[in-house]
Write a protein that binds this ligand. Structure first.
Ligand code: DON
Length: 566
């Protein structure tokens, strides 16, 4: 079994020590720019779309538009024009770093109790299936914002590959087919979705060519009219009519009023590396900073695997507890970001941890009324100027709400389930939430999506992944592996473990833990839940600033993903 997280390469450490001790200069000039560009995404056609736009004179931000639009066509299970996204940007010329927040928002007619039935219980069907589950999408507005403020090319150029894919078609891959296996029954409730994504009402076989001419038309409208092409006029009419005819609550003002937000990333440091990562309304950056601050003094790289997992799980437990209570849309709820990401606060949390015993989540201060009790896409890219983008895009569960408004070609998200539909009631990922993340008109639902940069003196990482509540812990394990000296192929394939406060257990991928490690963790008092399936779909790139070399890695768990350096 691959070591859970490997340690620093000994040769590298000795070499660096020698250079310092002997006072010799590095034998190579510091390369200021990457020798090549790298794009890693969940679909080879989207990766190629990014490279095509780079080859045509686009920068990383134009390429990000091309990849986002291509994924919206070829991976409808995971992201799309009916969904939302976070794009984390690094502009090399002035080191400008920002997160473009294209998260969905609750429609103005939404209300706190909209998913509760007459007994006050959450109606899970309404919360995840059909138009009532959909927030107002931000994906299209995000692409327009990127083109206007950061790109070099007009949208008509950056959207070209996606328009071609939608028009000429793309073959059904394993992921499309496998996730459709879970969602076809729900898709069949809505004729437009059935006609576009199924064949004679059935899950199309691998290799079957899918064409989505309505998406091509929508992309053309966006290319010609920008924001208005999606949020006003003919397309907005189709969306509002389609949603309302099927029992939804959108209106024109919801679409016309959608706004992109530019957010300052969360910044923290760990073992000499700077982290730049997703701020609220993502919970990811805050949680990762909190976990790293808690584990920092332990020097986990040198611990044996079971101890290391114990310490990480204890830190994860505490960060996810805080997530459930304090995280929400910062425009609606004052998220105590500085407190939660401070080292003093982490010291207090660390003081409640023991190295020889698991805590009990129920004994952490929480809310009185707490009960006992994929899909999304990420890509990472870097261009030859050193501009970087980490973007996580989502429609939430596989194939989103399964609802498609007639004549649009894309599914709507079911992101409303990322709100807390009822205080302390778990959502589809088992995540809890309270008033910070309660439904309010115009509010962004809390996310776990965590596009991240890790900046070292010599090496830079760009990474992220889908995976619902587990995104945060996957990105954490990936960045620790990078800091330990490994490259993207290693981060994306690492076996994964996870703790999210409630349920109070360490979940592990099928081969992540040995029998001995499980026994040690159980002896410490942990419940270990070895899952039947793996999770996540991580795509990362790395730039070695000294050699100029770039590398990419695509998660082996889904074969359609591809990292290409060119
Ligand atoms: O924003 C979020 O946290 C979720 N909607 C992400 C969903 C996801 O990653 C599903 N992927 N497997």
């Amino acid at each position: 079994m691959k070591r859970f997280i490997s340690t620093t390469t000994p040769g590298m450490a000795v070499g660096l020590a020698l250079i310092c001790l002997l006072g010799v200069y590095a034998p190579f000039a510091l390369a200021q720019k990457p020798a090549k560009a790298a794009v890693a995404s969940a679909h080879y056609l989207a990766t190629e779309a990014g490279h095509e736009v780079l080859a045509n004179g686009g920068n990383a931000f134009d390429a990000a538009i091309a990849v986002s639009a291509a994924l919206a066509v070829v991976e409808p299970s995971s992201s799309g024009l009916g969904g939302g996204a976070f794009w984390l940007l690094h502009r090399a010329e002035d080191n400008h770093q920002v997160m473009i927040d294209g998260r969905e928002i609750a429609p103005m007619a939404a209300d706190r109790d909209m998913y509760l039935d007459e007994n006050g219980e959450v109606n899970r069907d309404l919360a995840v299936n059909g138009p009532l589950a959909a927030g107002i999408p931000g994906h299209a507005a995000g692409m327009v914002h990127l083109a206007k403020n950061y790109g070099r090319l007009p949208l008509s150029e950056s959207l070209k590959p996606a328009i071609r894919l939608a028009t000429e078609g793309f073959p059904v891959d394993e992921k499309y087919h496998s996730l459709m296996g879970y969602r076809a029954e729900t898709i069949r409730r809505w004729p437009a979705a059935t006609d576009a994504l199924l064949v004679d009402g059935e899950n199309p076989p691998i290799g079957h060519l899918i064409k989505l001419p309505d998406i091509a038309n929508t992309l053309r409208l966006i290319a010609a009219q920008g924001f208005d092409g999606f949020y006003k006029g003919e397309l907005a009419d189709k969306l509002v009519k389609g949603v309302r005819d099927a029992g939804g609550i959108w209106n024109h003002a919801d679409l016309a009023g959608y706004t992109i937000k530019e957010r300052q990333p969360i910044r923290t440091s760990y073992q000499g590396y700077q982290l730049v990562t997703a701020p609220p309304p993502s919970s990811g950056g805050v949680a990762i900073a909190e976990i790293l601050n808690i584990v920092e003094p332990y020097n986990i790289s040198t611990m044996d695997d079971a101890k290391r997992i114990h310490v990480l799980a204890e830190a994860m437990r505490r960060a996810y507890r805080d997530r459930s209570i304090y995280l929400g849309d910062p425009d609606f709820f004052e998220v105590p970001v500085r407190l939660l990401t401070s080292r003093d606060y982490a010291a207090g949390l660390r003081a409640s941890m023991r190295l020889d015993k698991a805590s009990d989540s129920n004994n952490l201060a929480g809310f009185e009324d707490s009960p006992k009790g994929t899909d999304t896409s990420h890509f990472s890219l870097i261009d030859t100027d050193g501009n970087m983008v980490a973007a996580t895009l989502t429609v939430n569960l596989p194939y989103g709400s399964a609802f498609m408004a007639p004549g649009t070609g894309f599914l709507l998200n079911n992101e409303m389930d990322d709100f807390s539909a009822k205080a302390g009631a778990p959502n589809a990922y088992g995540l809890l939430g309270y008033s910070a993340n309660a439904i309010e008109p115009g509010k962004r639902m809390l996310s776990s999506m965590t596009p991240t940069f890790v900046l070292g003196e010599q090496r830079v990482a760009v990474l992220g992944t889908p995976g619902g509540s587990r995104i945060i812990t996957m990105v954490l394990l990936g960045l620790l592996d990078f800091i330990d000296g490994n490259g993207p192929v290693s981060w994306v394939s690492l076996p994964r473990i996870h703790h999210q406060y409630q349920p109070d257990e360490i979940s592990a991928e099928p081969d992540a833990l040995s029998a001995d490690q499980i026994a040690t963790l159980q002896a410490l008092g942990h419940t270990v839940n070895v899952r039947e399936r793996t999770w996540g779909n991580m795509h990362g790139v790395m730039w070695n600033k000294q050699t100029g070399e770039v590398e990419g890695g695509s998660d082996p768990r889904w074969p359609s993903g591809r990292a290409i350096v060119r």
